[in-house]
Design a protein around this ligand. Structure first.
Ligand SMILES: [Zn+2]
Length: 382
């Protein structure tokens, strides 16, 4: 005898209905029943439940059927919210996102990276402000998720190590327990990978996201899920070694890929050769756009080293999609074809037809990816 798991079916129906409501602006129960092939009774039961939870509401449909105006159902997108918080070396970035994944409010605060307590204070004040302004309670706020440039223990909500922010073994879950909502902490490259994945209709299962910022990270999506590794340390692409006795990396080791391919390595590379010193990536970009020969040759060498790293990734994981994101996209867009050529020139196992390499569609995808975690968890309906 086949045992049918009724609660599982109920969950699936509910999730399907919410997803359809998210997709359509308004829809009648009859259409929900027809599109999802669920009985009208089941649709009604679910809709009543969603209405009582404030998730769905009735609207008068504009189209009339048989002279009568049909009652349509609409998702109340502002019934639930999620807060994403990104810690970066210079800014705290906060986004309030609603159930429809729309950004409702952004907060940006510049900081001097004077230690975690200063950052926590900024975050506390900003979250307080949002809670008051949008009248958020424990039911309305699905969770707060943090994006960190560093290694994290996702399950425990602990940042294990982030040399860019200067924190070690810091428990975010405990620290923000007072909010009485789920707290998530994840690595920024994981979250960027997740956001790109959610928004790319052509990528169905697997995606790798190479994040080039002050560091070099990798987010891995395998079978639609973030792959974090058994010890939460997957994706440390920046610290694979490409040279023996090589350049010193911020992590303390020598010859790490990050020492050659982080955003800062372009500025450093330029200053090693040029008599006139530049101070940041924006100046490097200016020089490159002015066709400065030093900038051109530094970027060329940079692309060779970056392609070694990406080529190694392809050799190990054989993905069908690699997305490159971070803070040097402007420089890379122009050079994508050169990069691809470098990556595939000595690869006799696969080619561009099997694995596409593209530039990220979104800026700050780590922040929005963080905000998606509580929402996706809610839509999964445990
Ligand atoms: Zn390193």
């Amino acid at each position: 005898m086949i045992e049918v798991n009724h609660s599982k079916i109920k969950e699936t129906n509910r999730k399907k209905i919410i997803s359809l409501l998210l997709e359509k602006n308004e829809i009648t129960k009859l259409d929900i029943s027809r599109i999802l092939d669920i009985s009208i009774t089941t649709v009604s039961t679910n809709i009543n439940e969603l209405k009582s939870e404030g998730i769905a509401e009735d609207v008068r449909s504009l189209e009339s059927t048989g002279g009568r105006k049909a009652i349509a159902i609409k998702l109340n997108e502002n019934c639930r919210y999620s807060i994403g918080v990104a810690l970066t070396p210079n800014h705290i970035k906060i986004s309030l996102v609603n159930l429809k994944r729309e950004i409702v409010e952004n907060i940006r605060v510049r900081h001097k990276n004077d230690g975690i307590e200063e950052l926590i204070l900024i975050i506390n004040n900003s979250i307080d402000l949002l809670i008051k302004k949008y009248d958020l309670n424990e039911e309305k706020l699905l969770g707060v998720a943090f994006s960190i440039p560093g290694t994290v223990d996702f399950k425990e909500g602990i940042v294990k190590y982030s040399y860019l922010i200067g924190i070690k073994n810091f428990n975010f879950k405990e620290r923000f327990e007072y909010l009485k909502v789920p707290i998530y902490v994840d690595n920024e490259a994981n979250l960027s990978a997740y956001y790109e994945f959610l928004n790319r209709k052509d990528v169905l299962e697997n995606l790798l996201y190479v994040s080039i910022t002050e560091g070099l990270g990798l987010g891995i999506i395998i079978n639609k899920k973030i792959y974090r590794g058994d010890n939460n340390s997957s994706g440390e692409l920046g610290h694979i070694k490409i040279a023996i006795n090589g350049k010193r990396c911020k992590c303390g080791a020598e010859g790490c890929l990050e020492a050659y391919t982080s955003m800062n390595s372009l500025t450093e590379g330029y200053n090693e050769i040029s008599e006139k010193v530049i101070s940041d990536i924006n100046e490097f970009e200016e020089k490159y756009n002015e066709k400065d020969p030093i900038a051109i040759s530094v970027l060329e060498q940079y692309l060779k080293l970056l392609s070694v790293g990406i080529s190694n990734l392809i050799m190990i994981l054989d993905p069908s999609s690699i997305v490159i994101g971070g803070d040097i996209n402007n420089l890379l867009i122009d050079k994508l074809e050169v990069l691809k050529k470098n990556i595939y020139k000595d690869n006799s196992f696969t080619d561009e037809n099997n694995c596409s390499i593209s530039i990220a569609d979104f800026k700050e995808s780590y922040l929005l990816g963080a905000a998606m975690l509580p929402i996706e968890e809610f839509l999964e309906i445990k």
